[in-house]
Design a protein around this ligand. Structure first.
Ligand SMILES: Nc1nc2c(ncn2[C@@H]2O[C@H](COP(=O)(O)OP(=O)(O)OP(=O)(O)O)[C@@H](O)[C@H]2O)c(=O)[nH]1
Length: 895
């Protein structure tokens, strides 16, 4: 059967069952009679069996009740402990979740803008306001050695976060998407109460003289969340430590008090063995921990821990082993030894013993007497988390000295309850006055202890407790060990019988008082250790879950606000994105069309202009005078050059036209760019004069033609004229016709044939030679006279043929328009790239905002759940009742 530590024992489970049947820890336990009568018979079969072996079973009803009360308390304790351990596990999981989320979505931590009035208020009383509901109590001694309570007034109510925080939050909640665009917003302002409401998760910044909240305010979001992450990690570690502590079954009882108050004597009396050295002079100078021998493999010995070493029982290098008889030398030698562990066999019955009571392992620690120097050391020792109970031994004769007051005041802040042993009560003649004075002092030093003074303040004489057998004694000095100690107030009584009777009565009373002390101490350790062991865990969890609730509520609201904001941003972005996409397509197509149109227009214009010029060049008057037959060749050269010049001029004019059109095209693309991209479209300047800088000479060379002999005579045109005149009259005379034709210079062949017919063949034969001569002369004369008319035509035709061969118009139109295309390509490409980038940027922004929204949604869900979870954990922790044993059991235990 398992009793005590770990999971609920079998008997305890049965007990719960019975208790449940018994109207939920109801009144039947309050009544001793009904308890015994109404007890389930099975319970007697499953009576608590002490582990010590030598101990006896409880044989009286009061012992049974006490044992049962212990079981109930143990059960109650175990239930509370399991509930707290579960709450710790759940909280650690929750914190780990928060940690993970904080690394992805930096949690918001409220910061405060301190108003001057707040700052002054804090400066006035020199400390910040306390948390709501938790009084920041501070007790001081006044000049009359009276205690002055300077508790700050409790804060009126829980902070209101809803209204004020949301509004502010919306204005400053950030997202990664907008971070780049906007200056980093100031951290969201919340009510000062809310910021100060953090206790466990408070970010503690100590940097120079700057105030913590000011620093938090000035830090950027990432740094704050990193600090919060560190704080969460610390909290998780602390929670794990608390869990270890509440799961640890060992309880440590520190016995401390003034020098020579009788601490060692008291410990020996509790153990019923003379273990610790007792002396009239101060002797204990190191902390002596008395443990059950079972923890040292059943061997009684002392482990002295040298100064600077950390004790590990399994590592003999960390201590030195001595016999119990050497204890006196060890405890007084604080130069060599820092502490000692004393393993002893407990000779007492399990229901009486403190060390091995079968329920919880208790270690008694005898501390050095308090003096001015040791107060702080001992107070620090008492603060150690493994110290569950502080037993303060006061000398009945000296009351609380200044050192004692200082110590109790400090310890009372850490441990709400202190077990006070007023020792040496036998030496006091006016015991009532002594009691009143000491109880008054206790009420001032530790109000909580004072409230339960019946249980927690005891007046005894430790040296009057009989030590059953001397065989266990290790110390030669000290008290009588025979229960001889008693008040000497009756010493003047000469009657030996009366004297013995009085002493005997006092010894009995003292033993009864000491027994009550022991019972109370056991209850205090066993039954109320929840207050020392579980209460810190409960308080810590309550504070932590409250912090978590605050943090979660704030962050849930921040995440919701961020979601709303980014959703709106997304909604606003959607049409912009659509517009950008449309603009990209439109502008792309628009520029293409613009370029194509311009290029085509310029090509057509150039080609037409050149073709027209080539056609018209023959008819053009270049203003060149015909110098006569002899200068005909140079005339022909001049005409030719003028023609080429005209062509060249035409090309220049086409190029100029192309330049103008290019400038117009560039401007049109620029306008498109500014329209769609605004200022982000580069403002480049275009230089049309840089176009068509080469190629002109080449063109001139290509168009060059040679002037030839036949260029001067336009036979084709002569023939053409003859064709037109033929047939108009056949009835003209040969001469007239011939002469007329010859003079007219046209249709001379017809004339010749007609003349031959009229003249007859003989005459004709005679006339043929001179006629021919005359004809040739006439033709030559005609041809020579028609040079100014026929030469340009011939040259122009020749030029046209040359240019046609070169595909001159097309080549030039292509050249000019290609350069236009090239010139327009740069702004068009710039526009296209800009629009593409703009669109891509918007797509990226949308993705970014979408990501932010997703993260905010995850955060909102997480924090919504965290609000619920922290509330549930908090409720579970709140239900853990450490204030006392279940109804009826306390009364039962005292019976
Ligand atoms: N009359 C009387 N003397 C006591 C009582 N308790 C202890 N003494 C005596 O007081 C002296 C000091 O006792 P210790 O137990 O050594 O005192 P202590 O507080 O352990 O001393 P330090 O640890 O050295 O500070 C011894 O001589 C004890 O016999 C008591 O109840 N009545």
């Amino acid at each position: 059967m398992t009793v005590g530590n770990g999971a609920t024992s079998e008997s305890a489970a049965r007990l719960t069952e019975i208790l449940e049947r018994d109207s939920a820890f109801g009144g039947s336990f309050g009544d001793a009679e009904t308890l015994v009568d109404g007890w389930h018979p099975d319970l007697n079969q499953d009576t608590y069996t002490p582990s010590g072996g030598s101990q006896h079973l409880p044989d009286s009803s009061s012992e049974l009740r006490r044992t049962m009360a212990s079981h109930v308390h143990q059960l109650h304790y175990n239930q509370n402990r399991s509930a707290l351990a579960r709450a710790i596990t759940k909280t650690v999981e929750t914190l780990k979740g928060l940690q993970a989320l904080n690394s992805k979505w930096p949690a918001h931590y409220p910061s405060v803008q301190r108003s001057d009035s707040q700052e002054h208020a804090e400066k006035d009383d020199g400390r910040p306001q306390s948390r709501p509901g938790l009084r920041n109590s501070m007790t001081l001694f006044d000049s009359n050695n009276q205690i002055v309570d300077t508790s700050s007034p409790p804060r009126p109510s829980q902070p209101k976060r809803a209204g004020t925080s949301i509004g502010d939050m919306k204005s400053s909640a950030e997202s990664s998407s907008s971070a780049a665009k906007r200056p980093i917003p100031e951290p969201r302002l919340v009510t000062p109460q809310l910021a100060r409401d953090f206790s466990i998760l408070k970010i503690d910044l100590k940097m120079g003289n700057a105030h913590q909240t000011d620093l938090v305010h000035s830090l950027e979001k990432g740094s704050i969340s990193a600090l919060l992450g560190g704080q969460i990690e610390k909290t998780i570690r602390h929670l794990q430590m608390i869990r270890e502590r509440i799961e640890d079954t060992a309880s440590k009882v520190l016995v401390t008090g003034d020098l020579n108050a009788g601490k060692s004597t008291f410990c020996n009396a509790l153990l019923r063995r003379k273990i610790l050295p007792e002396d009239q002079q101060p002797c204990t100078s190191i902390f002596c921990e008395v443990l059950d021998v079972r923890e040292n493999a059943g061997i009684e010995e002392v482990h002295a821990i040298p100064v600077g070493h950390k004790y590990n029982r399994n590592d003999e290098r960390t201590y030195r082993v001595f016999k119990l008889s050497k204890l006196e030398d060890i405890v007084s030698d604080n130069e060599h030894w820092a502490q000692c562990k004393i393993y002893i066999k407990d000779i007492r019955a399990v229901d009486e013993s403190l060390l091995s009571n079968g329920v919880v392992d208790i270690a008694l620690i005898d501390a050095p007497g308090l003096n001015h120097d040791s107060v702080i050391t001992t107070a620090n020792f008492a603060k150690q988390e493994e110290i569950d109970v502080v037993v303060f031994v006061v000398s009945a004769a000296n009351h609380f000295t200044q050192s004692a007051k200082e110590f109790v005041f400090n310890a009372a802040r850490e441990k709400a309850y202190i077990f006070v042993v007023v020792n040496g009560f036998d030496t006091i003649s006016n015991q009532k006055r002594c009691k009143d004075m000491i109880l008054k002092q206790v009420s001032q030093l530790s109000p909580a202890t004072s409230k339960e003074s019946d249980e927690l303040v005891h007046f005894v004489s430790s040296n009057g407790i009989p030590i059953p057998s001397e065989q266990f004694s290790t110390t030669g000095s000290g008290g009588s060990g025979s229960g001889s100690g008693g008040p000497d107030g009756d010493d003047d009584d000469d009657d030996p019988n009366k004297k013995d009777k009085g002493k005997g009565k006092q010894a009995k009373e003292n033993q009864r008082d000491f027994s009550q002390l022991e019972a109370s101490l056991r209850r205090f350790v066993l039954e109320k250790r929840a207050r020392s062991k579980l209460a810190p865990a409960k308080t810590y969890l309550l504070n932590l879950t409250s912090d978590l609730d605050n943090l979660a509520t704030i962050n849930r609201d921040v995440a919701q606000a961020e979601m709303d904001r980014v959703s709106k941003e997304l909604a606003d972005l959607e049409p912009q994105l659509e517009q950008a996409k449309k603009a990209t397509n439109e502008a792309g197509e628009g520029t293409d069309t613009t370029i194509e149109e311009k290029v085509t227009e310029i090509y057509d214009y150039t080609r037409d202009s050149l073709n027209k010029t080539v056609v018209n060049v023959a008819e053009m008057d270049f203003g060149i005078e015909y110098p006569g037959f002899l200068m005909a060749y140079s005339y022909a050269e001049e005409v030719k050059l003028a023609m080429i010049d005209e062509l060249s001029h035409c090309i220049s004019e086409c190029e100029e036209h192309a330049r103008q059109q290019t400038v117009a095209g560039v401007n049109a693309i620029k306008s498109l760019g500014i329209l769609h991209l605004g200022n982000s479209f580069p403002d480049f300047s275009y230089r049309p004069e840089n176009m068509y800088r080469r190629q002109k000479d080449l063109l001139a060379r290509q168009a060059n033609i040679e002037v030839e002999f036949f260029d001067f005579f336009d036979f084709g045109s002569l023939w053409e004229r003859q064709e037109k005149v033929a047939g108009t009259s056949v009835a003209v005379t040969v001469t007239g016709v011939v002469a007329g034709r010859l003079v007219g210079g046209v249709g001379w062949m017809d004339g010749a044939v007609g003349a031959a017919r009229i003249v007859g063949s003989n005459n004709l034969r005679r006339m043929i030679i001179p006629g021919l001569v005359a004809g040739v002369c006439l033709v030559a004369a005609y041809a020579l006279t028609s040079i100014p008319t026929s030469l340009p035509r011939r040259l122009s035709a020749k030029l046209a043929t040359q240019l046609a061969l070169l595909d001159y118009s097309h080549v030039n139109a292509t050249r000019i328009s290609s350069e236009v295309r090239r010139a327009l390509k740069y702004p068009a490409d710039t526009l296209r790239v800009g629009l593409k980038r703009n669109h891509e940027k918007m797509v990226a922004l949308k993705k970014d905002i979408g990501k932010t929204r997703g993260e905010a949604e995850i955060a909102r869900k997480f924090f919504t759940n965290l609000v619920r979870e922290s509330g549930e954990i908090r409720e579970g922790v709140r239900r853990v009742d450490l204030e006392g044993p279940p109804a009826g059991t306390a009364q039962m235990g005292r019976l």
